[in-house]
Design a protein around this ligand. Structure first.
Ligand SMILES: [Zn+2]
Length: 325
């Protein structure tokens, strides 16, 4: 996710207010932000489309014999997603591919399941979805370990797993023939220099973040991938300091940037702890450090984080540096 907690709260509030407003507005198109429709679909070429619903985004791939959808987001999002797909093609949604198991991306698939779609996920997602079930989450029909290619006639979606990261079943996907990478939560378009999504989330496998992102960089090199679409929209600020929605496609460099984000963060925390600073004092020390400001904080979007959430992230990284987990 690409904005500070306060902005998230602001957007979620707007999100719910607009939903309520939308219920009373009859046929009037709901707005997400002034001038920004609540949901929209973008044609990225090569049978690939990006669908945004509020601050969330997924992709779908249209082949000659069917459609592959990805994260349905939730019950409210899945309905307009199905309508948007139906505006483009009469072909059935044959598959739904999950990026990972978190409910805020993986809910809402029932309407595709009822219409006959098969659900695909990395095998650990099946375990997560049975351990922490949610009534709106459809468990996968097809699971795999390292790699799986969902094939349509003249299009495919290739799913790659590189071990635990943001959760323990997160995959990245390459849509073919568009050759664009879909990546959720572990980096975002247009840049990886963003505050980590929700530093309070316990299930972040920090020990494998850098190897995972390096593996994605190597994959992109191997496959000649130059662009990404991410599972969240990013906010930009124009000259007048007004916010706008960034385009859904960004450069592959966002993967490398997020890897460097973690490398600098880990090294900074290790350095501070090596001085004998306690875990509890380390976040405040780093937040006041000119070196940390120059090496790390200044790279982040100025409006994209708050000291209080950076404190939590630093404390979390301190736990990782101390325990290895
Ligand atoms: Zn997630």
């Amino acid at each position: 996710m690409n904005y500070s907690k306060s902005l998230i709260i602001f957007l979620l509030l707007l999100f719910s207010l607009q939903t309520v407003a939308g219920l009373h507005a009859g046929k009037t198109r709901k707005m997400f932000m002034p001038g920004v429709p609540f949901y929209e679909t973008e044609d990225l070429g090569g049978g690939l489309y990006a669908f945004r619903y509020g601050p969330y985004r997924n992709i779908f791939v249209v082949g000659d014999d069917g459609v592959i959808a990805t994260d349905p987001i939730d019950v409210r999002a899945a309905k307009p997603l199905r309508e948007e797909i139906a505006k483009i093609t009469d072909l059935p949604v044959k598959y739904v591919a999950y990026s990972h198991s978190h409910w805020d991306h993986a809910s809402g698939g029932q309407i595709f399941k009822q219409a006959g779609a098969e659900f695909v996920a990395q095998q650990e997602c099946a375990k997560n979805m049975s351990e922490t079930p949610h009534p709106d989450v459809v468990p996968p029909d097809i699971t795999f370990d390292q790699q799986y290619s969902i094939k349509l006639k003249n299009a495919s979606l290739d799913m790659y797993y590189f071990g635990p990261s943001h959760d323990d079943c997160m995959v990245v996907m390459i849509a073919k023939p568009a050759n664009i990478l879909f990546v959720v939560d572990i980096t975002s378009a247009p840049t990886g220099w963003e505050m980590e999504y929700n530093p309070t989330m316990a299930e972040g496998y920090l020990f494998n973040m850098v190897p995972y992102l390096k593996a994605v960089e190597a994959l992109a090199d191997r496959e000649g991938v130059k662009q990404i679409v991410s599972g969240h929209m990013a906010i930009g600020y124009n000259d007048k300091n007004r916010i706008f929605v960034q385009p859904s496609v960004g450069p592959i460099d966002a993967v490398r940037e997020k890897r460097i984000f973690w490398e600098i963060l880990f090294a900074s925390v290790e350095r501070e702890l090596a001085k004998g600073t306690s875990l509890d004092n380390m976040p405040d020390k780093l937040l006041a450090s000119p070196q940390f400001k120059e090496e790390f904080l200044d790279n982040l979007h100025k409006r994209n984080w708050r000291d209080s959430e950076m404190w939590i992230l630093l404390r979390r990284v301190g736990t990782y540096v101390t325990t290895g987990r």
